[in-house]
Design a protein around this ligand. Structure first.
Ligand code: NAD
Ligand code: DAU
Length: 357
C-alpha cells in the first residue's frame, strides 16, 4: 500500500454506497478514524450503519457539505489527511424535476470541500488525498458499440450528470491550480443492500413483492453495466490508498443488461423466493413514458484500474443479484420504513403522470 491515513472525512456515508465504504474502511484500516458527514436527506439513513455505530473509530456528524464554517471546524478538530467525497444528489429523475438542488449540492458542495481541504493542507500536501467519487454518466450515452474509457470526452445529458461533470472539472482544477493531491473515479450502476428504492433494482423488488405495477421506461431497451456495491467500496479503498494523484479510474462490472431483461430476471428471483408460480408477476410490467433525455447505454472499460491497481469485480451478477433480492426480502422493515412518509408523495408525483406508453 502506498499511503496510510489516520483521519478520514467521508461525506455522504449514510447513503447507499457511502455506508458500504465506511464499513469497508473500518474493516480494512483499523488504525484510521472515520468521520461521516451527512445531511441525512431523504436518501441518507443511519439505519444503514447500525452495525458500526458503536465503533470507537467512527463518528457521525449531521451537516451540509455546503456549510463552509462547519467543514472548516471539522478540519481543525480532526486534522483530516484524506477526504472521500460521496455526498451528492444522485437520482436522475429527481434532477429533471428539481435541478437546482443538484447544482447546489454537487457543484457548490464539492467546491466548498475542495476549498477547505486546500486551506487546511496548504504548505503540506504530503501524504494527503482528496478522493472524489463520480459516475460514468459524465461521458454521456453510448450506441450499441464501444466502451467508456478515461479518455472519452465528457458529454453529460441530464442535470444530474452535468452537475457531476462540473464537480469533476472543479476537482481537476484544484489539482492543477493549487497542487491538491486528488483522485477521481467514475463508476457504473451499483446494486446491493441499502440502496434507496427509487432506483431500478430495489424499486422493482419492492413492487414485485407487493404485486404493484412495474414501470419500465420507454421500450425497456436501455442498457446499464451493473456492479456489486461491495466491489465498488473495495475499488474505492484500493484507489484511495494506491491511486496516482491527478489520475482518473473507471470502475465497472463488465456486466451489461437491458432494463427489460433485468426486470424479467428480478421477477423470476422474487416470485421464486416468495413461492409463487414462475412468471406470476410478468403481467405487472407497464411500459411508461420514457425519462427525458434518457441515456441509451453505459458500459465501462475498466482495464486501467485492473492493470495499474490490480482491482477487478469479485462476484458474479448471478450471485450478487440473488443475494440482493434475498437481502431486500429479509429486510422488509428497512424497505418499508424508508418508503413511508415523503417517499409516497414522490412516487405519486413521479409515476402517476407517466401513464402507459
Ligand atoms: P445516495 O443518494 O444513496 O446517498 C447520497 C448521500 O449523500 C445521502 O446519505 C445523503 O443524505 C447525502 N447528502 C446529500 N446531500 C448532502 C449534502 N448537501 N451534504 C451532506 N450530505 C448530503 O447516493 P449513492 O448512490 O450512494 O451515491 C454516492 C456517490 O456515488 C454519489 O456521488 C454518486 O454520484 C456516486 N455514484 C453512484 C452510483 C450508483 O450507482 N448509485 C454510481 C456511480 C457513482
Ligand atoms: O451509471 C451510474 C449511475 O447509475 C449513478 O451515477 C446514479 O447515481 C444512479 O442513480 C444510476 O443512474 P441510472 O439513471 O442509470 O439508474 P436508475 O436506477 O434510476 O435507472 C436504471 C435504468 O432503469 C435507467 O435506464 C432508467 C430505468 N428505469 C428506472 C426506474 C427508476 C425504469 O425503467 N423504471 C424505473 O422506475
Amino acid at each position: 500500500m502506498k499511503r496510510n491515513f489516520r483521519s478520514i472525512l467521508v461525506t455522504g456515508g449514510a447513503g447507499f454506497i457511502g455506508s458500504h465504504v465506511i464499513r469497508s474502511l473500518l474493516k480494512n484500516h483499523a488504525e484510521a478514524k472515520i468521520v461521516n458527514l451527512d445531511l441525512l436527506t431523504y436518501a441518507g439513513n443511519l439505519e444503514n450503519l447500525r452495525d458500526i455505530e458503536g465503533n470507537a473509530h467512527y463518528e457521525f456528524v449531521k451537516g451540509d457539505i455546503q456549510d463552509r464554517a462547519l467543514i472548516q471546524s471539522l478540519f481543525n478538530e480532526h486534522a483530516f489527511d484524506a477526504v472521500v467525497h460521496l455526498a451528492a444528489e444522485s437520482h436522475v429523475d429527481r434532477s429533471i424535476v428539481n435541478p437546482m438542488a443538484f447544482l447546489e449540492t454537487n457543484i457548490l458542495g464539492t467546491a466548498t470541500l475542495l476549498h477547505a481541504a486546500k486551506n487546511a493542507w496548504e504548505g503540506n500536501m504530503d501524504a494527503k488525498c482528496f478522493y472524489h467519487i463520480s459516475t460514468d454518466e459524465v461521458y454521456g450515452s453510448l450506441g450499441a458499440e464501444g466502451l467508456f474509457t478515461e479518455d472519452t470526452p465528457y458529454d453529460p445529458r441530464s442535470p444530474y450528470s452535468s452537475s457531476k461533470a462540473s464537480s469533476d472539472h472543479l476537482v481537476r482544477a484544484w489539482h492543477h491550480t493549487y497542487g491538491l493531491p486528488v483522485v477521481i473515479s467514475n463508476c457504473s450502476n451499483n446494486y446491493g443492500s441499502f440502496q434507496f428504492p427509487e432506483k431500478l433494482i430495489p424499486l422493482m423488488i419492492r413492487n414485485i413483492r407487493d404485486q404493484r405495477p412495474l414501470p419500465v421506461y420507454g421500450e425497456g431497451v436501455n442498457v446499464r453495466d451493473w456492479l456489486w456495491v461491495e466491489d465498488h467500496a473495495n475499488a474505492i479503498d484500493v484507489i484511495l490508498h494506491n491511486g496516482n494523484f491527478g489520475r482518473t479510474y473507471n470502475i465497472g462490472g463488465l456486466n451489461e443488461w437491458r432494463n427489460i431483461d433485468l426486470v424479467h430476471e428480478l421477477i423470476r428471483l422474487v416470485d421464486g423466493a416468495m413461492g409463487r408460480p414462475e412468471g406470476t408477476s410478468k403481467s405487472l410490467i407497464e411500459y411508461v413514458k420514457d425519462r427525458a433525455g434518457h441515456d441509451m447505454r453505459y458500459a465501462i472499460d475498466a482495464s486501467r484500474i485492473e492493470e495499474e491497481l490490480g482491482w477487478k469485480p469479485s462476484i458474479t451478477f448471478e450471485k450478487g443479484l440473488a443475494a440482493t433480492v434475498a437481502w431486500y426480502l429479509e429486510n422488509s422493515d428497512w424497505l418499508d420504513s424508508v418508503t413511508s412518509g415523503q417517499y409516497q408523495q414522490y412516487y405519486q408525483k413521479m409515476y402517476s403522470n407517466r401513464g402507459e406508453e
